[in-house]
Write a protein that binds this ligand. Structure first.
Ligand code: FAD
Length: 456
């Protein structure tokens, strides 16, 4: 008999949610976490960034409140207190995860775990056995071999930037993906001079380019250098060749390296145990099974999607198949990456789900699209005025009218995008969507407006 029903390696969103669900199902579970319960997301990812962004948004609101008839005198921010609020939120939520695991009867080991083989894990040097093993070791930041970057105290990754004790007056960001854009927006909102250097012709490559370019233009106080290749870092100066191949320089106090993250595939026995991996992650099927019997992988380590809510979903799928394989197969518990929404909590914020127009065309789909400005929403105008950036774009197949993508820029979009995901999951047509009643006045009415704006 095994020591445990399930051993889970990694206590981030993928690992802790799987542990909790299995614990509630009366399984004997060991959750092995070597650093911090809550993983990247709670400690150095989603939650601390959103806490800082909230302070930045409050600061901006207070500074620009006069147009709404409210005058706030002496608006200022205190970086130390902004950081303290972030730390308080993180501590509270990490504590909440610990409590949830205890409530679910999960045993948590604060230790390094190593996969030895199917059903065998070494925890702090001691062998433990289990009927199932779930790998949820997450991801790590990519540090490209740019001359001058390594061991340079001015160059930080996202974790380093989150912990800055003093506020930098100039920030250079290498990489215009979600992490780079959120930090750029955040530091610019607090008044830093921010420049983003991005290799591709547009930021946020997963977003529809119409929406991505609107986000870029909507973010105040950030200079974006697109199509530029960084060739070196000298002290805290980033050297790059611009879109014409001409050398240019950005002087900064701090340089954020934000060129992406990669699955954490080493240091825990993947290769030795015979687990199939590629540089993109642990190879899993759509039920999160790996090539080894009863070894599952969920979250960033699979490379299927590097988002916390995707890790949650992968955890639920693996758990469903562990608890009741036949039932999980019957109810279609599989990962559908095409309906996982993305969100960027920049100022302004944005979110989307499904295909971009370019992806639809690449797939050979004949599509119709509509993009509407959010000034069609009364609530949007009341809260932001007519000049604020905001738009919704819908992409649908021309003949069937089935909706394939919804992308939105504007306030609350990360809050409402789940509805768009449900629309895509249910394969709604434009005509189905037109029959849905949206509360008025809401910013989400932009989705309805886009459905009515699409070609008949
Ligand atoms: P992780 O959260 O990385 O957890 C893996 C855990 O495994 C870690 O705690 C690690 O210590 C542990 N571990 C690894 N190896 C071992 C071992 N051998 N033994 C024991 N423990 C081990 N996603 C969103 O959806 N929304 C956001 O707004 C968002 N913002 C982000 C902002 C930043 C700055 C960053 C860096 C990421 C952000 N993400 C966001 C991504 C999100 O954090 C990840 O997708 C999510 O944390 C993945 O969860 P996971 O469980 O797969 O891995």
């Amino acid at each position: 008999m095994s020591d445990y029903d399930v051993i889970i390696l990694g206590g981030g969103p993928g690992g802790y949610l799987a542990a909790e669900r299995l614990g509630h199902a009366k399984k004997k579970v060991l959750l092995v976490e070597e650093q911090y319960l809550g993983g990247t997301c709670l400690n150095v990812g989603c939650i601390p960034t959103k806490s800082l962004l909230n302070s930045a948004k409050l600061y901006l609101h207070a500074r620009h409140s006069e147009q709404f008839g409210v005058t706030a005198g002496n608006v200022a921010f205190d970086w130390g207190r902004v950081q303290a609020w972030k730390d308080e939120v993180v501590t509270t939520l990490v504590g909440g995860v610990g409590m949830a695991e205890r409530k679910a009867g999960v045993e948590v080991a604060n230790a390094h775990g190593t996969l030895v083989g199917p059903g065998v894990v070494e925890v702090a040097g001691e062998r433990k056995t289990a009927d199932h093993v779930i790998i949820a070791t997450g991801s790590v930041p990519v540090m490209p071999p740019i001359p001058g970057a390594k061991d340079n105290p001015a160059v930080v990754d996202s974790t380093g930037l989150l912990g800055l004790e003093s506020f930098p007056s100039r920030l250079a960001v290498i990489g215009g993906g979600v992490i780079g854009v959120e930090f750029a927006s955040l530091f610019a909102a607090f008044g830093a001079q921010v420049e983003v250097i991005e290799l591709l012709p547009e930021i946020l490559p997963f977003a529809d380019t119409d929406i991505a370019s609107k986000i870029r233009k909507g973010i105040q106080g950030v200079t974006f250098h697109l199509g530029c290749k960084v060739t070196g870092i000298e002290g805290s100066t980033v050297v790059y060749s611009d879109a014409q191949g001409v050398e240019a320089r950005t002087e900064a106090d701090v340089v954020l390296m934000a060129v992406g993250r990669r699955p954490a595939l080493t240091g825990w026995g993947a290769e030795e145990a015979g687990l199939e991996t590629t540089p993109r992650g642990v190879v899993v099927d759509d039920t999160m099974r790996t090539n080894l019997p009863n070894v599952w992988a969920v979250g960033d380590v699979t490379g299927r999607s590097l988002l916390a809510h995707a890790a949650y979903r992968m955890a639920e799928i693996a758990v469903a198949h562990i608890l009741d394989p036949a039932g999980a197969a019957r109810s279609g518990q599989v990962l559908r990456t095409q309906t996982i929404p993305w969100a960027v909590y920049s100022i302004p914020e944005a979110a989307g789900v499904g295909l971009t127009q370019a992806q639809a065309v690449q797939q050979g789909l004949d599509v119709v699209t509509a993009t509407v400005p959010l000034v069609l929403s009364g609530r949007f105008v009341a809260e932001n005025g007519l000049k604020a950036p905001g738009a919704v774009k819908i992409i649908a197949e021309k003949d069937s009218r089935v909706i394939r993508g919804i992308h939105a820029l504007g306030p609350y979009s990360p809050e409402t995008i789940w509805g768009a995901a449900a629309i895509l999951e249910s394969e709604y047509t434009i005509d189905d969507l037109r029959q849905v009643v949206f509360p008025h006045p809401t910013v989400s009415e932009g989705i309805r407006e886009a459905a009515w704006a699409i070609n008949n």
